[in-house]
Design a binder for this molecule. Sequence first.
Ligand code: 77N
Ligand code: MG
Length: 221
Amino acid sequence: TGSTRPQRILRAVQKNSTRGSPCSVVNAIDDYCKHKEWAMNVGDEKGIIVDDVVLELKPITVLELGTYCAYSTVRIANLLPPEAKLITLEFNAESAAIAREIITWAGLEEKIQLIIGASGDWIPRLKEEFGIETFDLVFLDHWKDRYLPDTKLLEKCGLLKPGAVLLADNVICPGTPDYLDYVRNSPRYKSKFYRSHLEYTQEEDGLEHSVFLGLYDNPNL
Ligand SMILES: Nc1ncnc2c1ncn2CCOCCNC(=O)c1cc(-c2ccc(F)cc2)cc(O)c1O
Ligand SMILES: [Mg+2]
């Protein structure tokens, strides 16, 4: 019964970063995944694009779909204004347990609410159970075939207000063709593609940045 990849990532964080320093946690994970073993973090190259979007938008409420080991959770939360909150949903209980440890090690547990469960089950409950009005930023990084249904669910639940930003990882690799088609052709979004590479590789990938414009085409939704 050897260790799992998330456990090895946690060990690398505890060995090579400083408690309470989100930047050193992010750097320790990137170093481990660049030189020891690949893992599906958004990574340093796409991470800079995520940083720029967060710093420009200054979101107060953030939803992340797909926590994994909390690399992007820590990277984003570290850049948020003091009163901001980030809710992150993770389906896999093992990686969620590691994510919780990494969030605590980084000293960001006050800003971050980690929920274990499927996005489809939890999105309809967020208003009720967490007093969320709307999200300013949604970072999609979970099952690639859930990006589109969950976006429609966010719209239906009234969790997006005009100006809200959807930032989607992996729109090229592994790819989210139905999601891309929707946000690029729907009158509800102004979408743009940020070309980059799959984390820690030379493979083509990128982030799709989509601004929600409102449901004016179907106001009764
Ligand atoms: N709350 C929730 N609700 C539903 N489902 C949920 C959930 N929380 C988690 N899950 C389950 C899915 O979580 C992981 C999703 N991420 C990826 O699969 C991913 C894969 C690659 C990759 C892999 C192999 C290659 F060869 C090339 C690329 C790269 C990435 O950057 C990825 O993000
Ligand atoms: Mg990803």
